[in-house]
Ligand binder design. Structure first.
Ligand code: ISJ
Length: 255
């Protein structure tokens, strides 16, 4: 049986990133069903024993605790937002193929993802207002955070494949801790451009009203999430954070 890492190619890793776009766009559409619902993020909205902060923090922390028991974070592709005090996995260990350098576990940009999602993205793609559905809102946020985190940390696998393909170029830059050269080596501008175009198109296709027996174009241009916002969010944050993960991982690749 061949080693999983032998089947890992830049193409297969990119295919996964493309598939994850579907998940991200759908999750944003689901969140955008609700208005901002500011109470979800307001620590003074409720109080309960233990220091959970806001409702969304309660939902994320408690969900992560349950998922940790179920073994979610044993998977090197999953990263918790609140790694401190997580309970251990309760399930028999699964033998994940060892593909990444073990130092990969120390690369976690979820704090940044949390900040960017709530402060940069959310105000741009949800309507202002309050409909009282705070718990559902928090659950949708959790979903968005998890799919974004998975996508961005996939940068570790991308970097691993690129390193294997071109180690002769990467090694000297890693030894010299030369982040600028690493960034230049791993950047593929044409791929980035295609990603931004494709996510805008997905937001158009997945987010349109589908009508039967009505040929009029009255719904043309009305989308559940603004395709331009999704594309800009990818260009300004998702891609740069993925590349940040790539560089951070590569710096540890020879540890
Ligand atoms: C992920 C990759 O690395 C970089 C980041 C990209 C992204 O986040 O979509 C796209 C191209 C590269 O500049 C890749 O090459 O596929």
């Amino acid at each position: 049986e061949s080693d999983v890492s032998d089947r890992l190619t830049l193409e297969s890793v990119r295919d996964s990133l493309i598939r994850q776009e579907d998940n991200i766009v759908f999750s944003l559409i689901e969140r955008a069903k609700f208005p901002l619902n500011a109470a979800t993020y307001d620590p003074s909205y409720f109080s309960m024993p233990g220091s959970y902060g806001s409702l969304v923090e309660l939902v994320v922390k408690q969900t992560e605790a349950v998922q940790a028991k179920a073994g979610r974070y044993e998977n090197p592709e999953e990263h918790p937002f609140f790694p401190d005090d997580l309970p251990p996995s309760q399930v028999p260990p699964h033998k994940y193929p060892r593909v990444l350098n073990p130092a990969a576990v120390f690369v976690n940009v979820n704090k940044k993802i949390w900040d960017v999602y709530f402060n940069k993205l959310l105000p741009l793609f949800v309507a202002p207002g309050d409909d009282g559905n705070y718990a559902s809102t928090a659950v949708r946020d959790l979903e968005c955070l998890q799919v974004l985190s998975r996508r961005i940390h996939y940068g570790k696998l991308v970097a691993e494949v690129k390193f294997r393909d071109e180690w002769k170029h990467y090694e000297p830059a890693i030894r010299a801790r030369d982040k600028k050269t690493l960034m230049d080596l791993l950047t593929a501008p044409a791929v980035e451009k295609a990603v931004k175009k494709r996510v805008a198109k997905k937001a158009c296709i997945f987010g349109q009203e589908v009508k039967v027996g009505d040929d009029s174009d009255e719904n043309k241009g009305k989308y559940k999430v603004n395709p331009a916002v999704v594309s800009r969010f990818y260009g300004d944050w998702v891609i740069p954070l993925t590349k940040d993960v790539e560089v951070q991982y590569l710096l540890h690749r020879l540890d």
